[in-house]
Write a protein that binds this ligand. Structure first.
Ligand code: ASP
Ligand code: MG
Length: 419
């Protein structure tokens, strides 16, 4: 059996849905297939905005209405018969979303309520896809992934309870897959008392990998709007090359450094069961794409990875003593409590610097927590550049003309932070 994951861009319009059905027809209909789908287009961003407005008692009606119009426009184009049940189901989801927004219990906190709200994007997309495939004669079952992917309550970045998840998936899904396709949501999980969680932005890839792992899939496919795994983001670089084949490890490292092509947590479950991951273009499905697997090769083209919105924080001890392991422990604890991920760090005699993603609120809390013990300086709005498998040429052309605040090099990786 195979897993297909379709991201937001592959369901952003009625034509995109039609193209998706064509891909299922040409590539997926010969084997057992579970389809994981993200929210349509930029819906998650829109819902984040709706939720943020609602949480702060601002008027969210316009933003919500736009998202509603968008969904119904697509549905009207796909289902000419307005008595089709999809209309009622979508209506029902929007009314549930509205109820959720109107009854936010702010005591629960921002992140928990975020999950209860933003999750509607995937529910809507999957309901539409379920009905549309059905209409195209692909008999399929719609599955609520929150009932299978079991998590803790780390809101917005929930951790998987692998044992439970695997047990539930194995209990129900193989039997269904014997008969028909499954359509389910990416990004979502559920707790043991029925609350919705999310797995982190762009987490649908990870959802696909969880299903692949639990079902011992023969392969997972991610259908994207690029030709495969490229050595650089075409948004920033004019010349890119596609890797036809690349190892799990290399991909994990690229994702870790911030390559946006695959969610960083996706690879581990696949690698553990040696399930190959194909990254393919939904615009050019016949193209070769990239195969990510347990493979070896001589030399890879340098990979360029850019992480924006970085913050460089440096800590020094107030009385000019050296930075000790105990000091580092204090700093690491505070970073970990606040879920500020370290992307790069450097230690000197009297100071310690870290480069993290910039989250204003978390950063403020960090300063509050540590300001009594340390002198803290920080810069925001920075960019972290990483070159994997670098050579002199690739470094020179990247660093050219930039003001470098911190740099670090290992045998395979060159990184620097710049304004
Ligand atoms: N819809 C979610 C997001 O945009 C999850 C995903 O696309 O993977 O982050
Ligand atoms: Mg998305």
């Amino acid at each position: 059996m195979k897993i297909y994951k379709f991201g937001g861009a592959s369901v952003k319009s009625a034509d995109a849905f039609r193209n998706l059905a064509q891909i299922v027809q040409n590539h997926g209909s010969k084997s057992k297939l579970l389809i994981v789908v993200s929210a349509m287009g930029k819906t998650t961003n829109a819902l984040e905005q709706v939720f943020d407005q609602a949480f702060h008692n601002k008027d969210y009606n316009n933003t919500l209405q736009q998202s509603r119009d968008y969904h119904f426009e697509v549905v009207q184009a796909l289902f000419p018969d307005e008595s089709h049940p999809v209309y009622e189901e979508l209506e029902h989801l929007f009314s549930k979303l509205n109820d959720t927004l109107q009854t936010l219990n702010r005591q629960a906190g921002y992140d928990q309520l975020y999950d209860q709200t933003v999750s509607f994007g995937e529910l809507m997309a999957s309901v539409i896809l379920h009905h549309f495939l059905q209409l195209q004669q692909f008999t399929n079952t719609w599955i609520d992934s929150r009932k299978y992917i079991q998590t803790d309550t780390t809101w917005r970045e929930a951790k998987i309870d692998w044992n439970w998840t695997e047990r539930l998936i194995k209990r129900d899904l193989p039997t269904i897959l014997e008969q028909q396709l499954i359509v389910t949501q990416g990004f979502l999980g559920g707790t043991n008392n029925g609350q919705t969680t999310t797995l982190g932005r762009e987490g649908s890839d990870f959802s696909g990998a969880i299903f692949a792992y639990c079902l011992h899939a023969e392969a997972m496919y991610i259908w994207k709007d690029v030709d495969g795994l490229l050595n650089a983001d075409p948004k920033y670089f004019t010349e890119t090359v596609r890797y036809p084949e690349i190892s799990y490890q290399e991909t994990v490292e690229m994702a870790y450094y911030g390559a946006s092509v695959i969610h960083p947590k996706t690879i581990k479950p696949l690698a553990n069961r040696l399930i190959p991951l194909y990254v393919k273009s939904f615009l050019n499905p016949a193209g070769e794409g990239t195969k990510i697997c347990d493979c070896r090769y001589q030399k890879l083209a340098p990979a360029y990875i850019i992480k924006e919105n970085q913050c460089l924080i440096s800590f020094s001890v107030k009385d000019f003593t050296f930075i000790s392991e105990k000091n580092l422990g204090t700093i690491f604890n505070a970073l970990s409590e606040l879920r500020l991920k370290i992307n790069l760090m450097q230690n000197s005699a009297i100071s310690f610097s870290v480069c993290t993603d910039c989250h204003e609120q978390r950063l403020e809390k960090l300063l509050q927590t540590l300001q009594d013990e340390f002198i803290i300086h920080y810069n925001t709005g920075l960019t972290l550049y990483t070159i994997k498998n670098y050579d002199t040429n690739s470094i020179n052309k990247t660093i050219d003309g930039k003001q470098v605040l911190l740099e670090q090099r290992t045998r395979t990786t060159f990184q620097f932070v710049s304004k």
